[in-house]
Design a protein around this ligand. Sequence first.
Ligand code: HEM
Length: 208
Amino acid sequence: MNTLQQIRFVWKPIVFLICLIPALLVVAATVGISGDLGANPVEAVLDRFGNWALGFIMITLGVTPLRRITGWNWLLRFRRMLGLFTFFYALMHFVTWLVLDRELRLSDIIEDLTERPFITLGFTAVLLLTAMAITSFTALRRRMGRNWQKLHYSAYAVGALGVWHYWWQVKKDVTEPLIYAAVLTVLLGIRLLWSLKHKKPGRHRPPR
Ligand code: HEM
């Protein structure tokens, strides 16, 4: 097997299974196989999926800087999968809220979406992630050309909306949203530095 085949047939399935572990742990805790969801299981499931969605967007945004710093070009082969896992966990978080928290009551859902700004922020992030997930397939990517790149820069907006969404609902201890905000600032800062460097006369190619 050459390197590309190893990535495709060995490493991608392994990474896929690792990314699935948080969801499997939630399922295991829900059916009582392992762990405990505490006194408020719906909130616990909601929180776990929300944290993993935010974690995965940070990991996905970290791929390009890490690749450029280390020269490990193979990292790019995992970026789409990681992005799709961000979408998966955000969707599970959204569906948990829709079905278990709001119990599909349309009036409650509309009221939350329009009157609780942190929910509006989260919903905007889910919409952006949906657009990115739909257009993540190679055929569409080719058809969209430069617009694809522009849309996929929204990953930073998703990160910012996710952090803001989290920050807004925390009552006292902002340590966790602050850590996410710091990570996002570093990732965005690296990206901006690189794009400024590439704007020097004669060099127009943006970093991938
Ligand atoms: C329509 C979309 C969304 C809705 C309705 C929603 C709803 C909620 C709700 C109700 C909570 C509070 C749970 C509690 O009281 O503890 C929450 C927490 C959270 N959400 Fe969302 N959310 C959405 C999208 C997102 C997205 C896209 C992300 C990340 C990218 C995200 C990340 C989080 C995080 C990190 C928390 C805090 C978890 C914790 O307290 O540990 N949410 N969300």
